[in-house]
Ligand binder design. Structure first.
Ligand SMILES: Cc1cc2nc3c(=O)[nH]c(=O)nc-3n(C[C@H](O)[C@H](O)[C@H](O)COP(=O)(O)OP(=O)(O)OC[C@H]3O[C@@H](n4cnc5c(N)ncnc54)[C@H](O)[C@@H]3O)c2cc1C
Ligand code: SF4
Ligand code: SF4
Length: 476
């Protein structure tokens, strides 16, 4: 049961301190006073109206928020759902089987970001009668609060609709409108989402029997972080299309001449279509984290630990050279496992069984940033006296190697600066204003990162030397 005090508590903790990822869960309950709105930085945020005359809801509102006080952790949710039939790993969460592979039937791989499994699994659940509808992100629906948005969550019920939701949208989306529709429209659903969004769905299901009954499967995406709308705007602007002219964007255009991680970005306006290799555009260094939500720096769920299946890119030497893209897949639900194995036996999927260590290796940088360095970022917030969400790890002022601390501080600086500098650039109608603010900090970040690499290499060499001294028979 939530009253004005609980609404205010969510507002004063998660939202006021910048930890709202804009998932929309708190705006789903019928009587909820929250609504979703886009802020000036191009991020969805939950908004509590100022009038303070609120109806009660039967939901404990802080417990539906992935960052809310008292909400169940990914470990608790995963344990309840998967413990009986899965093994557990601290990096990946619960798992049944891990694969690397792609879809061979239809145009799933061609039209997907990676191996096409994201769209395929939704379509397969639909085609085999496990669900009646899927909830995915499409470009033909707009956002729920702003029709100018380029992408939004919607309900799809045919292959064509499911497939038009293919590709990764590094763009804000929110679930409140579509989940309200699920509550009012009987049927069986599967939903795809980023780890924190799937956690929100699970938290809602813990309190809402209707959503628990109707949403039968949750598919997750491996997640580095989420971007504001300004990320898309900044790429388009560099390619000669001003933000207000941007009509569509494809963040993952495959390049047949290059490895899978050397993809391009394409943008269109009413009179222009441009395609540029993504690594030639400023702001696309994911480690630097331009336009990242603050919440993402305080999230340690990379492998969508509460989802029945999680899909990502197989960023592994054995697969990255294939320009068509290869998925990394971790399963947690017996029905999904069966659906995948059947399709594999019918030759519709090409899959290698991989170890959980390989799955972890495929997301090495993301896991180090999110599962290790999060303790140091928590410590810095604590030291300022700020409220922080309860995480599975404790704040820590030690981060090793020690010089990694500076890199973390520069990443935070870049995140904050990117949002502010782009708003200034928009006001001045001058992309250079954004670049001029970002470049000095980015250069320092790169300089520090490369000297950090050199130092790591030296450290590695020292360890090898020591090892050579103590292990007889090892040749230099
Ligand atoms: C913000 C973001 C960050 C990511 N970070 C990583 C990462 O660090 N490492 C990694 O390996 N993979 C990451 N991914 C996942 C990766 O980009 C691919 O989406 C994934 O490999 C699936 O590719 P596919 O070809 O199988 O899927 P496709 O067939 O292309 O289908 C993609 C599916 O995801 C849905 N979708 C797209 N964007 C969103 C969104 N924003 N929210 C919810 N659903 C969406 C689509 O509706 C579609 O159903 C990220 C994806 C997103 C959206
Ligand atoms: S539930 Fe989602 S939208 Fe609401 S405050 Fe939490 S993160 Fe923000
Ligand atoms: S990094 Fe975490 S909080 Fe950010 S979008 Fe991904 S799952 Fe959500």
């Amino acid at each position: 049961m939530s009253t004005a005090n609980e609404y205010q508590a969510l507002n004063d903790t998660v939202i006021s301190n910048g930890f709202c990822v804009g998932c929309g869960a708190c705006a789903v309950p019928e009587e909820s006073p929250f609504h979703m709105a886009l802020n000036e930085y191009g991020q969805y945020q939950a908004v509590l109206p100022a009038d303070r005359v609120f109806a009660r809801t039967s939901f404990d509102i802080e417990k539906v928020c992935p960052f809310g006080s008292g909400s169940a952790s990914e470990d608790q949710i995963g344990k309840d759902l998967f413990e009986e039939h899965c093994s557990y790993d601290s990096q990946v969460g619960y798992y049944q089987q891990a694969y690397a592979g792609y879809v061979t039937e239809g145009t799933f791989r061609e039209r997907g970001s990676s191996g096409g499994m994201g769209t395929w699994i939704l379509n397969e659940l639909l085609a085999k009668g496990y669900v009646d509808h899927v909830i995915n992100v499409r470009s033909d629906v707009g956002g729920s609060v702003d029709s100018n948005l380029l992408f939004g969550y919607t309900i799809s019920s045919s292959l064509e609709e499911t497939q038009s939701g293919g590709k990764s949208r590094y763009y804000p989306i929110e679930l409140s409108r579509v989940l309200q529709k699920v509550r009012s429209t009987p049927g069986r659903y599967a939903v795809i989402g980023l780890p924190c969004f799937i956690k929100s769905v699970r938290l809602l299901q813990r309190q809402d029997p209707l959503l628990a009954e109707r949403i039968r499967f949750c598919a997750g995406l491996v997640c580095g972080h989420l971007k504001s709308t300004r990320y898309a705007d900044s790429l388009a602007w560099q390619m000669g299309i001003a933000p207000e002219k941007l009509e569509s964007i494809d963040f993952r255009v495959k390049n047949p001449e290059a490895p899978a991680n050397r993809y391009s970005t394409s943008v269109t306006s009413d009179d222009r279509h441009e395609v540029v290799p993504t690594n030639k555009l400023f702001g696309t260094d994911w480690g630097a984290g331009a336009f990242k939500y603050k919440a993402c720096d305080f999230c340690d769920d990379v492998f969508a630990e509460t989802a029945d299946i999680v899909l990502g890119d197989a960023w592994l030497p054995d697969y990255v050279e294939d320009s068509q893209g290869t998925n990394i897949i971790v399963t947690r639900h017996p029905d999904i496992q069966e659906v995948i194995e059947n399709a594999r036996n019918e030759g519709r999927l090409v899959l290698d069984d991989i170890t959980i260590a390989q799955a972890i290796q495929s997301q090495d940088a993301g896991l180090r940033h999110r599962k290790v360095a999060i303790s140091y970022r928590l410590f810095r917030e604590h030291r300022k006296g700020s409220w922080v969400p309860t995480k599975r790890v404790a704040p820590s002022k030690t981060l090793k190697p020690r010089y990694e601390q500076k890199r973390q501080r520069l990443r935070v600086d870049l995140r904050i600066l990117s949002h502010n500098a782009f708003v200034t650039a928009l006001k001045r109608n001058d992309f250079e204003a954004y670049l001029n603010s970002m470049l000095p900090v980015y250069r320092e970040y790169k300089k520090h990162s490369s000297s950090l690499m050199k130092r790591s290499l030296l450290l590695f060499k020292r360890i090898v030397k020591k090892f050579v001294r103590v292990v007889p028979g090892v040749q230099r």
